[in-house]
Ligand binder design. Structure first.
Ligand code: ADP
Ligand code: MG
Length: 416
């Protein structure tokens, strides 16, 4: 969380509301009083597209807006560049309020600062692939040679080198969407707005495009607002995800935050089918203040005392610089104590796996099979022990199908 506090905000949306229909004022007043979308529609014939949405998009992140059809995703993204005119609220980009821009400023924002990639590709049939990729630059009035050079580079980035002279009709859906993406990239704007950009593609091509986007993003580090109704896609692409329902933001967070701490029953139901093993990480599962031993300071007697206190037969060991070294087991410590040894060195087992905090349950499971000790989570940069993940918590995560089952398991365990 501290990380996000330090991040630069690229877009800030404040209390954004959009109402479709003529009697906007009346509808807005009803909304203020807490009336539902249905009630407002019935009374005023106005549709609430977005209801007081507030969020920030950080520089360089993929911010996914996710929700069922009709939840307001397109309306929301189209408010960011004012293809839809917000009824109330503000959209800040680089400290200026886009909702207050005049026509000329707005045109510049659309041409230079935010590029849109549409689900329907938005290609012009009578222009070649190269001309299509260069179209945004043509609108800006860039000279032909220059814009074609930039468009070529963008086509290369999306893997379409060699197709410049083709026409869109000769290309598959996946390739056409690559051209759409190339056009946005050629503009070299800081923000990409992608509305269900991959939703029309068949699953295999869709998956390829997702990989491609992630790869491009790892190099270019754009700020991307990506819309989808597909939760798997949201999880794969999103640094953070917004879940929308009826024009209202239900929750904002990383996939892991949303899964481990759903804000509503709606979100919980939505995320039920997600394979948690691939999302929940060591950071969520670890306990961060484990009892441990210091190799230099603690001798066998101290180790026995600590093991008795914690009712554990194994403890992690660190060196004087807090680097994780391994574990000692009770039976080995007892032998040392018997032999009146004053150091733990001989009992230390260093051939043990450790993980980083971003390891998923799926990655950790193979490491605990055949072992009877917790997994050490160490800092990737300095090797210090951050915490321990117990077998119990891993197994519960791995076997749970939903909270109900876990509750049941706990109840059964309590009865015994
Ligand atoms: N031009 C419009 N006029 C009236 N209602 C609209 C218009 N566009 C969208 N809506 C309504 O606004 C709501 C949100 O739609 P939309 O943003 O397209 O949802 P999504 O993209 O999540 O499928 C829906 O109830 C939809 O029917
Ligand atoms: Mg839509």
């Amino acid at each position: 969380m501290t990380e996000s506090n330090e991040r630069k905000i690229k877009l800030e949306v404040k209390d954004l509301t959009l109402i479709f229909g003529k009697r906007k004022k009346e509808a807005l007043a009803m909304l203020e009083k807490g009336a539902s979308k249905e009630a407002i529609l019935k009374k005023t014939k106005c549709t609430v597209g977005i209801n007081k949405a507030s969020f920030e998009v950080y520089e360089g992140e993929v911010f996914v807006v996710m929700g069922l059809s009709g939840s307001g995703k397109s309306t929301l993204i189209r408010c960011l560049n004012r293809l839809n005119e917000p009824t109330a609220g503000q959209v800040f980009f680089k400290d200026h309020d886009i909702t207050r821009e005049g026509n000329k400023e707005l045109l510049n924002t659309r041409r230079y600062e935010m590029s849109m990639v549409f689900q329907s590709f938005g290609l012009l049939p009578h222009k070649t692939i190269l001309e299509n990729a260069a179209f945004g630059l043509e609108l800006r009035g860039e000279p032909k040679e220059e814009r074609e050079k930039k468009a070529m580079t963008a086509l290369e980035t999306v893997g379409l080198k060699g197709y410049e002279e083709q026409y869109p009709s000769a290309m598959s859906g996946g390739m056409q969407q690559r051209v759409g993406l190339a056009r946005a990239l050629a503009n070299d704007s800081e923000v990409l707005l992608m509305d269900e950009a991959f939703s029309a593609l068949d699953p295999l091509i869709k998956s390829d495009m997702q990989d491609e986007l992630l790869q491009i993003q790892s190099k270019l580090k754009k700020t991307i607002v990506f819309i989808t109704h597909d939760l798997d896609e949201a999880i794969k692409l999103g640094d953070r995800i917004v879940i929308m329902k009826d024009g209202i933001i239900e929750q904002i967070g990383t996939a892991e935050e949303i899964l481990t701490n759903p804000a509503s029953e709606y979100v919980e139901a939505f995320t039920e089918k997600v394979d948690r093993k691939t999302i929940i990480t060591a950071e969520t599962l670890m306990f961060t203040k484990p009892l441990l031993l210091q190799l230099k300071k603690d001798g066998p007697m101290q180790a026995i005392r600590k093991m008795r206190t914690a009712s554990l037969n194994v403890l992690p060991v660190e060196d004087e610089n807090r680097l994780f070294m391994g574990y000692v087991w009770l039976q080995d410590v007892l032998k040392l104590a018997d032999a009146k040894e004053s150091h733990l060195d001989k009992a230390l087992k260093t051939e043990v796996p450790s993980v980083y905090k971003d390891y998923t349950v799926e990655e950790m499971l193979p490491l605990i099979s055949n072992h009877n000790y917790p997994l050490a989570v160490v800092d990737r940069d300095n090797g210090k022990l951050l915490g321990l993940v117990t077998q119990t918590s891993l197994i519960i995560e791995a076997t749970r199908f939903g909270d109900e089952e876990v509750k049941e398991l706990i109840e059964i365990a309590n009865d015994i």
